[in-house]
Design a protein. Structure first.
Length: 275
C-alpha cells in the first residue's frame, strides 16, 4: 500500500505539472472508486474547474480547485495516478479520467478498487470526509514533546500506535518497521515502557526515514503497484533495512531478520538490534 512518502511524491509531481490546468472532461466509469458520492456528482463538481494547488493529509492526496473544493484521492492497496497524453492507450482498470485543457489526462488506475476519488467541501469535512477530519498530526510536523506525550501516554504496542492514523497520519507497514529498526526498538514495546531518550530516538528515526524515502521517491515493492505520476518506480526499497528481508542479515549487526505475523500483518525486525 502506498504510504506517506509515496503519496507525497505523487503530490509534488502533480504540483509541478498540473497547477493552473482546467478540467474540460471527466470520465468516471468505476462506481466503487467514487462510492462516497456518484460518477455524476464527481463529474459535475470537476468539469470546468481549474487546479489551484495540492496538499496532503496522511495518505490522502488533496487537489485544490478554484471554487475552494477539494478532490481527495486515496490510493489504498493498488491505486495509481498517471499523467499522460490524452491519446495514450488506456490501461486496464482505469476508473477515473480527467481531461485537461492541454489535452493531457490524469488517470486513476486501480485493479483492486479499494482506492477512491471524491470531491468535498473542506469547510464541511467532518460530514463529507470524517476519516480525513479525524487524522492525527503529520509525522514530519509533530514536535518531539508532543510525540513523547502521545507515545509514552499509552500502553499500546509501539507499531500499533505508529499505524494508527489517529495517532500520527501517513505511516503504514513498511515505514513502521523501518522506523522501529532505526530507533533500535522492538515493534511490540509498550509506549509507556519507553524512556524520554528512546522516544526521542523514535521521533528522529520517524522523521529521517520518511524524509529519506520522499527524497528517493518512495518504495516500489515486487508487486510494482506503486509508481509515480509518470509511471516510474521509486528507489527507497533498495534501502530497506528490515522490511521484506526475512532471513537476510541485518545491515547493522548481521543477525538474520525475523518475520512474525499478527492480525494478518507481517512485521520484520532484528532480534538483536531492537530491544
Amino acid at each position: 500500500m502506498p504510504e506517506m512518502p509515496e503519496v507525497e511524491t505523487v503530490r509534488r509531481d502533480l504540483h509541478r505539472r498540473v497547477i493552473g490546468r482546467r478540467i474540460d472532461a471527466v470520465h468516471a466509469t468505476g462506481a466503487r472508486t467514487v462510492r462516497r458520492t456518484s460518477p455524476t456528482i464527481v463529474r459535475d463538481r470537476l468539469i470546468g474547474r481549474t487546479i489551484t494547488g495540492t496538499s496532503r493529509r496522511g495518505k490522502y492526496l488533496i487537489v485544490e480547485l478554484d471554487d475552494d473544493q477539494w478532490m481527495l484521492v486515496h490510493l489504498r492497496m493498488s491505486g495509481q495516478l498517471i499523467l499522460c497524453d490524452g491519446d495514450a492507450p488506456l490501461a486496464n482498470h482505469t476508473h477515473v479520467r480527467l481531461r485537461f485543457d492541454d489535452e493531457r489526462e490524469l488517470r486513476f488506475v486501480d485493479p483492486r478498487t479499494f482506492g477512491e476519488v471524491v470531491v468535498v467541501d473542506p469547510a464541511n469535512l467532518p460530514i463529507e470526509a470524517p476519516d480525513v477530519a479525524a487524522l492525527g498530526p503529520e509525522p514530519l510536523e509533530i514536535e518531539r514533546r508532543d510525540f513523547d506525550r502521545i507515545i509514552r501516554g499509552r500502553r499500546r504496542m509501539l507499531k500499533a500506535m505508529l499505524l494508527d492514523q489517529h495517532v500520527v497520519a501517513g505511516i503504514g507497514n513498511i515505514y513502521a518497521d523501518e522506523i522501529c529498526h532505526a530507533a533500535r526498538l522492538r515493534y511490540d514495546r509498550a509506549g509507556d515502557s519507553l524512556s524520554t531518550r528512546q522516544v526521542g530516538a523514535l521521533h528522529n528515526a520517524m522523521q529521517s526515514i520518511l524524509s529519506a524515502a520522499i527524497d528517493a521517491r518512495g518504495s516500489t515493492l515486487r508487486d510494482a503497484q506503486y509508481v509515480d505520476l509518470g509511471g516510474l518506480a521509486g528507489g527507497y526499497q533498495d534501502r530497506h533495512a528490515v522490511y521484506d528481508r526475512a532471513g537476510l542479515p541485518c545491515k547493522r549487526c548481521g543477525r538474520p531478520i525475523v518475520r512474525v505475523v499478527g492480525a494478518g500483518r507481517s512485521t520484520y525486525f532484528c532480534p538483536r538490534c531492537q530491544r
